[in-house]
Write a protein that binds this ligand. Sequence first.
Ligand SMILES: Nc1ncnc2c1ncn2[C@@H]1O[C@H](COP(=O)(O)OP(=O)(O)OP(=O)(O)O)[C@@H](O)[C@H]1O
Length: 301
Amino acid sequence: MIVTDRWSDSKLPAPLLKQILEKREFLRHSLDAESLALIGEDAYQSPDDHVLEDAIVALALGKNVLLKGPTGSGKTRLAETLSYLFGYPLHSVNCSVDLDAEGLIGFKTLEVLQGQSQVKFVDGPIVKAMTRGHWLYIDEVNMAKPETLPLINGVLDHRRTITNPFTGEVIRAKEGFRVIAAVNIGYVGTVPMNEALKNRFVVVDVPYLAGDKLLQLLKERSHLSADDQLRRFVRLAAELQEQIRSGQLSDEAASVRALLDACDLAAYMAPLRAVRRAIADKLDDEREQALVNNLAETYFG
Ligand SMILES: Nc1ncnc2c1ncn2[C@@H]1O[C@H](COP(=O)(O)OP(=O)(O)OP(=O)(O)O)[C@@H](O)[C@H]1O
């Protein structure tokens, strides 16, 4: 499967599309086989005509893009696919760990050169992306600590500059620099996002794949090949999403990541056991585990 095919009937403005396609053509010749296998053949599949295209248009116009969606809906894969399409390397940072200024900007260290020790600054992901004109992916941006937010806000600002608190240097982003951020927003239990931060983004919702598109993904990317079973998994996924919407299950129950795991396992073990191991047993609540197992029973029992 090649990404180009999906773009032949694109509704994007012709010059923009041409620019992107030319870039990708160039990349296909210059990237090593491993990177191509990762992005080219494992590209993000858009649930409808708009998710991928709207993100492309926003980024082409120089906007910051916020990907909003439940866990395992493909946000990271979408960011990787976008950076591949445009041809800019992606530097990632995750706000859910104890992220501080050093984790974002970098840190000072001692370096010994010809017997002389000297202080050297090791660039963090923000500085790398800004100074090289690359892209920055900020995962779980709504989890950033209050003291980290001003740093992120500064980067997103139209001036695209930040002052390195460790060196006093003013860092200006090079042409090409873009920011894609992601938030895990499920049907329930959303962590609110700081207003000033939210304000600096164009939002693209990233829902779970469903129906034929999900079937296609499971067929192409899991070990399971039996069509009948794959279709049952798609129906189970729809049911799980329904239960999440009605508050009976927590969001992670319908993660496409977990579904891919379940299909992989089901190629080698009974599907009920595959669902238990890949989906049900990961849930904390025993009542939810039982619900998933019962639903699986109706499709695979
Ligand atoms: N629409 C999609 N197109 C292609 N792959 C997808 C899609 N949705 C999910 N996946 C697959 O599901 C797995 C999880 O995707 P990914 O890590 O991008 O999700 P995420 O939304 O970033 O998750 P999290 O919020 O938990 O970090 C990956 O293997 C990815 O390839």
